[in-house]
Design a protein around this ligand. Sequence first.
Ligand SMILES: Nc1nc2c(ncn2[C@@H]2O[C@H](COP(=O)(O)OP(=O)(O)OP(=O)(O)O)[C@@H](O)[C@H]2O)c(=O)[nH]1
Ligand SMILES: [Mg+2]
Length: 248
Amino acid sequence: MKDIIVFVGPAGSGKSTLTASFGNWLEKETVFTVNYVNLDPGCEYTPYTPNFDVRCMVSTREIMKREKLGPNGAYLRSMDEIYRKRHEIVSSVNKLSGNFILVDTPGQMEIFIFKETGPALIELFKEIGRVVAVVVFDPTLASDASGYIVLNLLGIVVQLRLKVESLFVINKSDLLERKDSIELDALEELIKREPLGLMSDLALSCVDLVRKLSRASRIVFVSALRQFGLDQLYDLLHEVWCTCGDLT
Ligand SMILES: Nc1nc2c(ncn2[C@@H]2O[C@H](COP(=O)(O)OP(=O)(O)OP(=O)(O)O)[C@@H](O)[C@H]2O)c(=O)[nH]1
Ligand SMILES: [Mg+2]
C-alpha cells in the first residue's frame, strides 16, 4: 500500500519547496523510498526531480500558445484537461514503486480545490493508497488571532472539499518569531483583545467550531527552506494514520 501525501495550499505558500525538503528528510531519516509527483501543469521549475510530471500530458504554457489564452484562462483549461486525463495520470502514479508518493499541486489552490479536478484525483488516489492532504499556509495568517482562525477554517474547507484526512502546516516559520500553535483557550482571550468590533462574536463562534473539529486545530510550524519542523510533520502524519486505524 502506498502512502500518498498531497501538498495543497495558497499560491506561493511553499508547496513545491516543502515537497522537496520533506522528501529529502524522509530519504535521510527513514528507511523508506520516496517518489515525487508534479501535478502543476503551469510550473516552470520543480525543486525536486519528478518521477511523474503532469506536464508531459498537459502543459499550461502550450495551451496559452495553442489557444491564445492568458495565464488564468490557460490554467483553467489545463485543469479541464487534467480532469479528462485523470485515470491515465493516476495509473502512471500507481506504477511508481516508492513507499511514499509526495504530490505537489497547482500554484492556485482554488482551481485545484474548487473545480472538480482536485477532488476527483484524490478519489482515484484513495483507490491506490492511503492519502493524506497537507495544507500548507504562508505565515502571514498566523500573525494574529483572527488570522489564525481564518487559517483553521480554510484548512477545514479544504478537508471537506477533498474529503480526505488533512493536516495543516504553517511554512516559512523561519520568518516568524513565535513558532508554536496557539492554544484555543488562549486564542479566545487574544480575540477578545483584538479591535474586531462587531466581528468579535463571529470570531469567537468560529473558535468554537474549530474546537469541535479537534484534529484541524493541530498545526505544525515548519520551514521548508531552513528544514525544521519536518520531524513534527512526520509525527503528525503518523498520528493521522494511527487514528484512522491504518498504521502498519
Ligand atoms: N523564508 C522561507 N521561504 C520559503 C520557504 N519555503 C518556500 N519559500 C520560498 O517561497 C517561494 C515560493 O515557494 P514555492 O515552493 O515555489 O511555493 P509554491 O506554493 O509551490 O508556489 P506556487 O506553486 O507558485 O503557488 C520561493 O521563493 C521559496 O524559496 C520557507 O520555509 N521559508
Ligand atoms: Mg509550486
